[in-house]
Design a protein around this ligand. Structure first.
Ligand code: ADP
Length: 404
């Protein structure tokens, strides 16, 4: 009888809170405690996951979100009503796409997508991986999104992608380099072999002998230059090279460079000029003479190589604490896309392929590394077809400071 009575009481629904407290219905009460405990456990799990969990409807209204979601979206519990998923999506994402995805999920196709959100208030953009599924929530169909911060992963993927592009480019450049190298070696080699044979001709005149010998010598120097460049770039690569700072007379250095290159321009249509800003006594500075000579001779040689007529002008000036050398020419110029690339190893302005002047694409990368060793830098201002101006900037360290 007593048992029946208890059963009846447990069947009663809609009792007031006080009724439970009075422990009139012990089975019902223990069930409630059990359910409360189960709910607390579920909440603990819900809030202790490393992934964010967000429950929302098909209009983007947020119904519930766990602690990790609050962190990711920078939301407080009460912000649920203030923001929809659309408000929290980055401006670069299409809300139409999102609505379509949700519809597909509601039609029974769970989805995993990458989505960029915009945090509440801070507006910081975060890339998320979102796994979306549907569920029943208080009797209606909702969407459950499990979100994971993917920003680091995306950054890593982008870096990897950039590294892949760089590796492919470097592989391509090395192939071009080997092709150019074989051409650059064969040309002087053929000169040496061909003209050496001519030297043995029985009726050779002294003039011809002189001419052939000159060609052989020039071709040998060309080969030496290639070997020097390759050796220099590999030494620079080991980072073992140090600047050897000494007293240098700038004017002497420039005059000797000018004399060497002026000889080469004599037969052509190019006028080479040198503008000195200091008198000789003022032009003593501290730097690495060999490296500075190498840098300037490289860019002057290029200026002459890539200019068929007009001028090449060498000058220097003081800008704040720096000494700036400028080699300006009226040559073929450089395509704007390649202005930075040409300082990379083996890189050439490929828009100038028709200009058959040869070269390995090493000179400027050597010049750049050497300029860095002197504590300076090198850059170019150029327009295709309108000439170029190469600037070498190094720290200005005058010896006779009181003269300036
Ligand atoms: P190389 O001249 O042996 O090809 P560099 O490293 O010296 O190699 O130069 C790289 C590229 O930069 C050249 O191939 C050329 O396309 C471009 N360049 C350098 N100097 C000039 C210049 N004064 N005018 C036009 N293009 C230039």
């Amino acid at each position: 009888m007593k048992e029946d009575w208890n059963k009846q009481r447990n069947g009663i629904i809609g009792l007031g809170e006080n009724s439970f407290k009075k422990s009139y219905y012990p089975d019902l009460q223990s069930k409630i405690v059990e359910l409360e405990e189960a709910n607390t456990n579920l909440q603990t799990i819900f809030n202790s996951t490393n992934d964010g969990i967000l429950i929302h409807d098909e209009r983007g209204n947020i119904l519930s979100l766990n602690n990790q979601s609050k962190k990711i979206f920078n939301l407080k519990e009460e912000d649920k009503e203030k923001y929809t998923i659309f408000d929290l999506s980055s401006k670069q994402m299409s809300t139409d796409d999102l609505t379509k995805i949700w519809q597909e999920v509601l039609d029974g196709k769970p989805k995993v997508i990458e989505w960029i959100i915009q945090q509440a208030e801070t507006e910081v953009e975060i890339c998320l991986q979102v796994s979306i599924n549907k569920a029943f929530w208080y009797g209606k169909q909702v969407l459950v999104a499990v979100v994971r911060d993917f920003t680091e992963r995306v950054k890593y993927e982008q870096e990897l992608f950039q590294a892949k592009i760089k590796a492919e480019e470097s592989d391509r450049l090395k192939t071009v380099f080997l092709h150019n190298l074989s051409h650059e070696i064969r040309t002087p080699m053929n000169g040496i072999i061909g003209f050496s044979d001519m030297l043995t001709l029985p009726d050779i005149t002294p003039d011809k002998l002189n001419y052939y010998t000159k060609i052989i010598k020039n071709s040998s120097l060309q080969l030496l230059r290639i070997i020097d460049d390759i050796l220099e770039i590999s030494t620079l690569e080991t980072k073992q090279v140090k600047a050897n700072i000494e007293e240098v007379c700038l004017n002497d250095l420039l005059v000797s460079l000018f004399a060497i290159f002026n000889l080469k321009t004599k037969e052509g249509n190019i006028s080479l000029s040198l503008k000195k800003q200091f008198c000789d006594e003022e032009s003593f500075i501290l730097t690495d003479k060999i490296k500075l000579h190498k840098i300037l001779s490289n860019i002057i040689e290029n200026a002459l190589k890539y200019t068929s007529e007009g001028y090449v002008e060498i000058s220097y000036s003081i800008e704040k604490d720096d000494l700036v050398f400028c080699v300006k020419d009226s040559g073929i110029g450089i395509a704007s896309d390649n202005l930075e690339k040409i300082f990379n190893r083996f890189s050439q302005d490929e828009t100038n392929k028709n200009t058959k002047v040869g070269g390995l694409g090493l000179g400027l990368s050597i010049a750049k590394e050497n300029a860095n060793l002197l504590g300076g830098k090198i850059h170019v201002v150029s327009e295709k077809g309108k000439g170029s101006a190469f600037y070498v900037t190094i720290p200005y360290k005058p010896i006779n400071a009181n003269l300036h």
